[in-house]
Design a protein around this ligand. Structure first.
Ligand SMILES: [Zn+2]
Length: 685
C-alpha cells in the first residue's frame, strides 16, 4: 500500500475535451429531486429559482442558492465550485509553465520542456502512427505457449512489456513503518471495480460502452477485422469476469478492516508455492531488478489462487487479449492524433466532462504526471511564497495544540487511552506546501532529447519509467525516510499519512479562495483551518486509530475504549446510510472516516473561535458552506456515491447539525430539517 494518504477531496476528474452526449435512457424516469433529508443540490439542474431554501431546513442551499443559479460548469470539466476554481487555476498555472517560459536554465526545467515539446510534436507522432504499439502487440500475439508467456512476463524488462497480470511494487510494511516490503497486488479491470462483474452500475454501463467504442476503433487501426476486435474485447471481459469474484470489491477496500485483510506476509518459499506457474518472483528479480527478498506481502491470496488456476494453455487467448486490451488503454494517448482524440473522447464520456478544453491543458497535465518533480519544482518557484509556508506552518501548530483539549475531554475514553492518543498527537509531523530539502527530488539521472534534437515521445516515456523503477529499487533496501514526499506540491489535495503519522498540505491546495494571506480570521478558520483540523482528525478515525504514533499497525487503545470507539463509528455509519441523494439510490457504506474528520475539524475550529474576541460566527458558517459550493454532471455524481467523501452538501449540513454553536445562532429547533437532537448526534470527537 502506498503512503495511505487519507485525502480530503477527490482529485480533479480528468481534464479532457469533447463528449458525445451519452444516452441516459435508463435513468429518464428517475426524479433526481427526491433526496432525503436534503435535495442533492450538487447535481446540475436540481436547483432552480423555485427551489425552496431556508436556513433552518437546508443551510447549505440557503447560503449557496443564488450562486448555484449562476454557476456554470466550464468546458473541459465535469464539475465546478469554490474549490474546483482553485483546481482549475492550478491546471492553468501548470500550462503556463510550458507555454510562457522559453528559457529553462536548470536541468529539471529543461527535462520538463523537452517532454512537453515531444508531446506537442504532432508531425512526428503522426508519422509514427500506431507503429510503436503495433510492435508491442505483435510481440504478445506471438506468445504461443504458457511457457513463452512466463518467459515474457518474468524475463522481459518491465518497460518493454505491454501490460502485466498483476501489480508488483514496494510499499511500506504495515507492521514496521521503517521498512519497505515487496508487494504483490491485483492488476486493473476494464470496468474498474470487481463488483461491476456481479451487478453492473450506471457508471459501469457508461464505462463499458465507452471502452467498446474506443477499443474497437483502436483494434481496427491495429489491423484486426471488426469481428476480431469484438472477440478480443469479449475475451478480455471474460477473463476479468472469471477473476473478479476472487477480488476485493472497491467498496470493501474503504472499510476499516481492509488493511488487516491484505496484510499477508509470505516467505519467498511460500510465495513460490502460492504463485504456481505465474512468474511473480522472476518478474520482481529479472523484469524489474529487485534483489531476492525474505518476505513478501500478498494483498489478495484468493485472487492469486484464481489467477494461478486460470494460467493455462487453454486460456492463453484470453490472457493475451487481456494484455493487449489493457496495453491499448495505457498507451493510446501517446500515439498519433487520431488515437489521442479517441482516448480523450472515451475519458470525457466516462467522467461526464462537458465541452472542450485545449490540448495544451491535457498535455501539460500529462507532463506533470510523468515528470513529477521537475514540474513540481518549477511550479513552486513560480507560484508559491515562503511567507505562506511559514504562516500555514504556524497555523498547524496552533491547531495541533488545540486538539489536546478535544482528546482530554473525550468522555468515552479512559485516562490510559487518552495518554496514548496525546502521545500520538504530539508525534504528528507536518509537511507544508513544498519539501524543505529539494536535493532528494532532483532528476540528474535522466536525460530527454527534445523534438528538435530528434527525441521520440515513446522512447522518452520508456526512459522515464525505467528511471523511476531504478530509483525505487535503490530506496528499497534502505530504511524508510520519514516525511518523504510521495505526492508533489502541485497536487490539488491535502492528506494524513497513517504510516508516517504526518499531515500534508500541498502547495497547490492552499491558494485562492481556500487560503490567501488577506483572508479574515473567520474565512481562515472555515477554510484552510478546517481542512487542517480534518486531516488531523484522520489520525483518530476508524483507519488512523489502527496505527500507533510510529505509524505501525498496532493496537494502542484499551479493549474497552476500542469497543466504545467502534460503537460510535457504527452509529455514525447508520446516520449516513439513512441518507439518499434521491429516492432508491444509496451511498456505499464507507464514509465514516471522512465524516468523522469533517466533524473533528469543525469542533477544533469552534474551540479556537471561542477564544477570539468578536468572532463573527455567521460569517464563519456561511464561509464553510461556500467552501463546499460545488455542482457537477450526473456521471460525476456517481463517482461520489462510491467515494469515501460525501457529497459537498452533506459535508456541510451533516457537520453543522452536530453543534450547538450553529443550532443556537440560527434558532434551529425541533421540526426543522437542520435540527438534530443531542442524543442523535454522531460526532466522535
Ligand atoms: Zn479526509
Amino acid at each position: 500500500m502506498k503512503k495511505l494518504l487519507a485525502v480530503i477531496l477527490m482529485i480533479l476528474l480528468a481534464l479532457e475535451c469533447y463528449l458525445p452526449a451519452f444516452a441516459e435512457d435508463s435513468s429518464a424516469q428517475i426524479d433526481y429531486t427526491t433526496g432525503t433529508p436534503w435535495l442533492c443540490s450538487y447535481l446540475d439542474g436540481n436547483v432552480t429559482a423555485d427551489t425552496k431554501a431556508e436556513l433552518s431546513d437546508d443551510f447549505y442551499l440557503a447560503c449557496n442558492k443564488e450562486k448555484y443559479l449562476n454557476l456554470k460548469i466550464p468546458e473541459g470539466y465535469s464539475r465546478y465550485g469554490t474549490q474546483i476554481a482553485v483546481a482549475i487555476q492550478l491546471d492553468e498555472d501548470i500550462r503556463n509553465l510550458f507555454t510562457s517560459q522559453s528559457n529553462a536554465e536548470s536541468h529539471d526545467a529543461q527535462l520538463a520542456l523537452n517532454l512537453y515539446s515531444l508531446y506537442m510534436d504532432w508531425d512526428s507522432r503522426n508519422a509514427l502512427g500506431i507503429a510503436p504499439l503495433k510492435e508491442m502487440t505483435d510481440r504478445v500475439e506471438a506468445i504461443d505457449s504458457i511457457e513463452a508467456l512466463s518467459e515474457y512476463l518474468g524475463n522481459t524488462p518491465l518497460e518493454d512489456q505491454l501490460f502485466c497480470l498483476y501489480s508488483l511494487r514496494q510499499t511500506i510494511d504495515l507492521d514496521d513503518s521503517s521498512s519497505n516490503i515487496l508487494t504483490v497486488n491485483v492488476s486493473g479491470l476494464t470496468l474498474s471495480d470487481a463488483a461491476e462483474y456481479q451487478q453492473i452500475t450506471s457508471l459501469g454501463k457508461v464505462r463499458k460502452e465507452a471502452n467498446e467504442v474506443f477499443l474497437s476503433r483502436m483494434l481496427e487501426k491495429l489491423g484486426y477485422s471488426q469481428e476480431e476486435a469484438a472477440k478480443k474485447i469479449d475475451n478480455c471481459l471474460s477473463f476479468e469476469a472469471q477473476l473478479a469474484p476472487a477480488m476485493i470489491p472497491a467498496a470493501d477496500k474503504k472499510k476499516p478492516d481492509y488493511m488487516q485483510k491484505t496484510n499477508n506476509h509470505y516467505t519467498r518459499q511460500q510465495l513460490l508455492e502460492a504463485q504456481g506457474n505465474v512468474p511473480l518472483i522472476a518478474a520482481f528479480e529479472k523484469a524489474i531488478g529487485y534483489p531476492e527478498a525474505e518476505t513478501y506481502l500478498l494483498a489478495e491470496p484468493e485472487w492469486l489462487a484464481k489467477l494461478n488456476s486460470l494460467y493455462t494453455q487453454e486460456n492463453l487467448p484470453l490472457i493475451r487479449d487481456y494484455i493487449i486490451v489493457h496495453g491499448i488503454l495505457a498507451n493510446a494517448s501517446s500515439l498519433d492524433r487520431e488515437c489521442f482524440d479517441w482516448m480523450k473522447e472515451r475519458s470525457n464520456t466516462i467522467n461526464g466532462v462537458v465541452g472542450q478544453s485545449p490540448d495544451e491543458l491535457f498535455i501539460s497535465e500529462s507532463v506533470a504526471d510523468e515528470l513529477k518533480w521537475p514540474v513540481a519544482r518549477l511550479y513552486c518557484e513560480t507560484y508559491l511564497s515562503r511567507n505562506d509556508k511559514d504562516r500555514i506552518s504556524d497555523l498547524i501548530d496552533e491547531i495541533i495544540s488545540e486538539y489536546h483539549g478535544i482528546i482530554e475531554e473525550a468522555d468515552f475514553l479512559t485516562e490510559e487511552t487518552k495518554a496514548a492518543a496525546i502521545e500520538k498527537l504530539e508525534a504528528i509531523s507536518k509537511n507544508v506546501l513544498w519539501p524543505d530539502d529539494w536535493s532528494k527530488y532532483g532528476s540528474e539521472d535522466l536525460e530527454i532529447k527534445s523534438a528538435a534534437e530528434g527525441g521520440s515521445l515513446w522512447e522518452a516515456k520508456k526512459d522515464i519509467f525505467r528511471t523511476n523503477l531504478n530509483r525505487e529499487i535503490e530506496k528499497y533496501s534502505k530504511p524508510v525516510e520519514k516525511g518523504e514526499w510521495d505526492e508533489t506540491p502541485n497536487t490539488f489535495n491535502c492528506g494524513y499519512s497513517a504510516q508516517d503519522n504526518s499531515i500534508w498540505i500541498f502547495g497547490a491546495f492552499a491558494r485562492g479562495e481556500i487560503y490567501n494571506a488577506d483572508m479574515s480570521i473567520e474565512d481562515l478558520y472555515a477554510r484552510l483551518g478546517l481542512v487542517i483540523g480534518h486531516e488531523l482528525s484522520h489520525a483518530f478515525d476508524s483507519i488512523g486509530a489502527q496505527f500507533d504514533k510510529d505509524g505501525n499497525m498496532k493496537q494502542w487503545w484499551t479493549d474497552e475504549d476500542l469497543a466504545a470507539f467502534r460503537e460510535r463509528n457504527e452509529k455514525l455509519n447508520a446516520y449516513i446510510s439513512a441518507m439518499h441523494p434521491w429516492e432508491g439510490q444509496d451511498f456505499a457504506e464507507n464514509k465514516t472516516g471522512e465524516v468523522c474528520a469533517d466533524m473533528g475539524g469543525m469542533k477544533c475550529m469552534l474551540r479556537m473561535a471561542a477564544k477570539k474576541d468578536g468572532f463573527d460566527y455567521d460569517r464563519f458558517f456561511r464561509s464553510f458552506a461556500d467552501l463546499w459550493l460545488e455542482k457537477g454532471t450526473l456521471n460525476s455524481t456517481y463517482y461520489y456515491f462510491d467515494d469515501e467523501h460525501p457529497l459537498p452538501y452533506l459535508r456541510t449540513n451533516c457537520t453543522l447539525q452536530q453543534f450547538d454553536e450553529f443550532l443556537d445562532l440560527y434558532g434551529i429547533k425541533e421540526g426543522d430539517t437542520m435540527y438534530l437532537a443531542p442524543e442523535n448526534r454522531v460526532n466522535i470527537w
